[in-house]
Design a protein around this ligand. Structure first.
Ligand SMILES: Cc1ncc(COP(=O)(O)O)c(C=O)c1O
Length: 428
């Protein structure tokens, strides 16, 4: 190659590089001009069609919207099941200020299908059964469950989404809005008299029997599957892989204690197993309503006095206005994590009712009875630990599920009692 050709090739190459760089600059500027152009057009339209006086603020938020639209990516959930998990962790400002501790609550009522932590469990039960080939969509396969309401509502919603039917057996003293909701979700509902677990008509036993009857029946299409939330591995695992890791991530691993009530025990066990594997010094504390044997199980290793054993007495299972937590028998889901529970705090019905009102009065948070029990226990623990600690608990479901029972017992909001102090609530 002659010197002349070499100069020519080098010059052509340099020119190419310069042109490419100039084009890239131009296209970036052009794109931002385009985006500015779009923004100006939007702003002109807004000014033309409205009498907005704070246009500068709107301009600022429009610019932010444009920026995030340009980043793209989208955020589309895959069906109602896609709206389960990743719930926010909320600082309860009033309780944090009053105790000097950070009291954080996982807003499990924002799970999108049945609006409680039971969404995670119901989805996990259904997915596990599908993996084992035990459920076939649109075949008539029906899920049977004994539940005080929340698990049934989650199962009923997810069953609809995935082509199954739901049949729910529940005690007839639970708030009526829960069974109304189940019916609206198209579930079959059997409300039965509260009974001890040795009774074959107890709601959990009845659900098991109904599932078997379905499978054995030549007239019913598909099979019956007993969800078995108290004993199934799918329950605590949903919290071990979901709720626990989410709490760890949301707090950056900075927390001193986790407080939760237990019904099946799946939540406290699953979360404790995950968090304690990361934070061995974390304190896990059970919040227990009146009449439940779990408090003694945690404190002294015994569930109940022999004369209190279910099967020898025939009165109501757990003597409280609180729904969803407290139990008087050993369940697999509680036992899985029992060794990791450090302490238990007893919460009275009066304390739970007063706390539910406090949360509305001070924070605009409207929750059900088990959430109120959790918050009383979290505040009591904060007082025990002293200022500067960080405590995580759960807000399980909305007060809307408890209007006719738990919330019917509260004083009017903004009424004469609205200056009740936290000390008074915790002492009552
Ligand atoms: C409203 C509510 N909160 C809390 C719980 C307790 O959760 P777990 O069964 O995981 O102990 C339940 C259980 O049914 C519930 O319905």
């Amino acid at each position: 190659m002659t010197d002349h050709s070499r100069y020519y090739i080098t010059a052509a190459f340099l020119l190419g590089v310069a042109l490419t760089a100039a084009y890239q600059n131009w296209s970036i500027e052009h794109a931002s001009e385009q985006s500015e152009g779009r923004l100006k057009q939007q702003q002109r339209l807004i000014s033309k069609f409205s009498k907005i006086t704070d246009l500068d603020n709107i301009k600022k938020s429009l610019a932010e919207i444009e920026q995030s639209l340009e980043k793209g990516g989208g955020n589309i959930k895959e069906g109602i099941e896609g709206c389960i998990g990743d719930t926010p962790l909320i600082k309860i400002k009033s309780l944090s200020e009053a105790t000097g501790c950070d009291i954080l609550a996982k807003a499990e009522f924002l799970n999108g299908a049945g609006n409680s932590p039971k969404d995670r469990v119901a989805l996990s039960i259904i997915q596990m059964a599908e993996e084992k080939g035990l459920l076939i969509p649109h075949s008539g396969d029906t899920i049977y469950e004994g539940t005080v309401g929340s698990t049934g509502i989650s199962l009923a919603a997810i069953c609809r989404a995935r082509g199954y039917k739901a049949h729910i057996c529940m005690p007839n003293d639970m708030a009526i809005e829960k069974s109304d909701l189940l019916l609206k979700l198209g579930a079959e509902v059997e409300r039965v008299r509260p009974a001890p677990i040795v009774d074959q008509n107890q709601f959990v036993n009845l659900a098991r029997t109904r599932a078997k009857e379905h499978t054995d029946s030549p007239d019913k299409p598909g099979r019956g599957l007993f969800a078995d939330q108290f004993e199934t591995e799918a329950n605590w695992r949903a919290h071990f892989t979901g709720t626990g890791p989410e709490i760890y991530e949301q707090t950056g691993g900075f927390l001193d204690a986790f407080v939760s009530g237990a019904g099946t025990g799946g939540t406290i066990s699953g979360v404790a197993l995950f968090l304690k594997s990361k934070l061995p010094d974390l304190k896990v504390v059970l919040a227990d309503p009146p009449g439940s044997g779990l408090y003694n199980r945690v404190k002294y290793g015994v569930m109940f006095d022999p004369k209190e054993r279910e099967g020898t007495r025939r009165r109501h299972q757990v003597d409280t206005i609180v729904e969803g937590i407290g139990i008087n028998r050993v369940t697999h889901n509680f036992e899985v994590g029992r060794g990791l529970i450090d302490d238990a705090i007893r919460v009275t019905d009066e304390q739970a009712i007063a706390m539910a009102r406090w949360l509305v009065e001070n924070d605009g948070i409207f929750v059900g009875s088990s959430s109120a029990v959790n918050c009383v226990a979290a505040a009591k623990l904060a007082k025990q630990l002293g200022p500067g600690h960080r405590i995580v608990t759960l807000l399980c479901d909305s007060g809307a599920r408890h209007l006719s029972k738990f919330w019917a017992s509260t004083e009017p909001i903004g009424g004469i009692e609205n200056d009740v102090s936290l000390e008074k609530i915790l002492g009552s």
